[in-house]
Design a protein around this ligand. Structure first.
Ligand SMILES: [Fe+2]
Length: 309
């Protein structure tokens, strides 16, 4: 039997929103990203302090939502294998893998998930050499949480077609999924699914290089006039510190750090309760999310895409 092709890692996410240019300053001065390029269509591409060429993109549009989630593949051969597999399984794809015209180039293709999200898979995107973990700035996108009205079906789809694995559950409300790698240890989750009324983005989390940087990031936001909408606290599942903010476009964004590394050989999924406060916030500093926070995390309905690209 041929081995299933699987997704290797999270690169980042491309979003769309009205008034993008007005939010660029926020992402650079307060959040701590740097513009790496601006596309011909006006899309702004941001990098972190890590090696990934770009981790977050914003495109001017009349609607709010996800343009695509960007996953990394370890080689062209793995891109080709995943493309062949998805095509054979009847998944809508953008066409054969090809050279990418986005900043950093690379080789890849796009597929459509059952709720109309575009997912891009790419290899050989150029990497930065000037990485710098000494600064209290986000180094990478840690994870994206998706609101879905079909959590069980979507969980099955990401596992069956893309090889994601369940790391943990938050009662029957959330499923944390990690990408498959050959590594001994993997990030606790690179995507998570959250039971909801309609598809939308719940939040995007940016990883700080240390707990000190995490706190300094919160401080930088405070000085800029914005306190966390929820946090700081420390999640049970993933054991990661969290501080959630609302971006000028109304997207929920998170600073995190020290996300648990799952030991592949021994890990067993755990169901974390949501009615035991210290399992929801092990530091007991954040309290539960407020109704206002839950509302903003519900996001705006994202109609998604009809085609993969
Ligand atoms: Fe998160």
């Amino acid at each position: 039997m041929t081995e299933k092709a699987t997704v290797d890692f999270m690169r980042g996410i491309a979003m769309r929103a009205p008034g993008v240019m007005a939010t660029r300053d926020f992402y650079e001065k307060s959040w701590g990203l740097r513009t790496v390029a601006q596309g011909n269509d006006g899309t702004v591409y941001f990098r972190g302090t890590g090696a990934e060429h770009w981790i977050y993109a914003l495109r001017e549009d009349t609607s709010f939502g996800i343009d695509y989630i960007h996953f990394g593949m370890n080689s062209r051969a793995r891109v080709d294998a995943l493309h062949a597999q998805l095509t054979a399984e009847g998944i809508s794809v953008s066409g054969a893998p090809a050279e990418l015209s986005t900043p950093g180039g690379g080789y890849g293709f796009t597929a459509l998930d059952p709720e109309g999200r575009r997912l891009r898979f790419s290899a050989e995107v150029s990497r930065h050499e000037d990485t710098d973990d000494s600064r209290a700035m986000p180094r990478k996108v840690s994870h994206v949480v998706l609101n879905t009205p079909g959590m069980e079906d979507l969980n099955g789809w990401y596992r069956e077609h893309l090889g994601f694995r369940v790391t943990d559950y938050s009662a029957d409300m959330m499923i944390f999924l990690r990408a498959s790698t050959d590594a001994e240890f993997s990030d606790h989750h690179s995507i998570a699914l959250n039971r909801a009324q309609y598809p939308s983005v719940n939040h995007v989390a940016f990883e700080m290089p240390s707990i000190d940087s995490f706190m300094r990031g919160i401080g930088r936001m405070r000085v800029a006039g914005q306190s966390p909408a929820w946090g700081p606290g420390r999640h049970g599942p993933g054991n990661n510190p969290f501080a959630y903010f609302v971006s000028p476009s109304g997207f929920v964004i998170e600073f995190t750090s020290e996300v648990h590394k799952v030991e592949e050989a021994t890990h067993q999924p755990e169901v974390w309760p949501r009615d035991v406060p210290e399992k929801m916030d092990t530091w007991m500093t954040a309290g539960p999310p407020t109704p206002a926070m839950r509302t903003v995390m519900a996001g705006r309905p994202d109609a998604g895409w009809q085609t993969a690209g």
